[in-house]
Design a protein around this ligand. Structure first.
Ligand SMILES: *[C@@H]1O[C@H](CO)[C@@H](O)[C@H](O)[C@H]1NC(C)=O
Ligand SMILES: *[C@@H]1O[C@H](CO)[C@@H](O)[C@H](O)[C@H]1NC(C)=O
Length: 149
């Protein structure tokens, strides 16, 4: 086994053992750039499904996506210790980022997965300056070329 694989396994097992949430430090721009999707959405429901929470979301605007999000109505976040699960306020408007998952057999069952390590902002609570800082990143268009931004 190569040293790289051993190192990756070590990281994998240590994340299982460590029960506190740890996120790699990165800027909002970096978090938006690595995400599959960045959306503006309202949270309209919450349901515990085994070890995760399924939030019902109403997508208001798609700011970034690598695929069609017209059927997206669910955000999934983990409740397992150390998985950095998100707690979202019901009826609040959010800027959300995360990854898109859609089962090949049922592409209509598309979900957004997210966590506290992703860039998430409650737009009902954020100041005008905080909101402007985020939405200005998309003007005129998102620029992920600034490697150390
Ligand atoms: C959205 O869901 C409908 C109904 O299930 C399906 O026919 C359609 O292909 C889906 N659209 C996308 C983009 O997946
Ligand atoms: C980012 O870099 C790519 C490839 O060099 C270039 O095509 C693209 O126009 C750049 N985007 C911006 C917003 O500068």
């Amino acid at each position: 086994m190569s040293k790289v694989i051993i190192a990756l396994l070590a990281v994998h097992f240590s994340t299982i053992v460590v029960l506190s949430c740890l996120c790699a430090p990165s800027t909002p721009l970096q978090k938006i750039c690595v995400a599959d999707a960045a959306i503006k959405a309202r949270v309209t429901g919450r349901q515990q499904v085994s070890q995760s929470i399924h939030y019902t979301i109403n997508v208001i605007e798609v700011l970034k996506s690598n695929q069609d999000l017209s059927n997206l109505t669910t955000l999934v976040t983990s409740t397992q210790p150390g998985h950095c699960g998100l707690e979202l306020d019901n009826n609040a408007l959010y800027f959300l980022t995360g990854n898109i998952h859609s089962p090949r057999a049922r592409p209509q069952d598309i979900v957004l997965t997210s966590s506290t390590c992703r860039f998430v902002l409650n737009l009902d609570k954020a100041s005008d300056n905080e909101k402007r800082a985020v939405f200005d990143l998309f003007k005129p268009s998102l620029n992920c070329n600034q490697t150390d931004a």
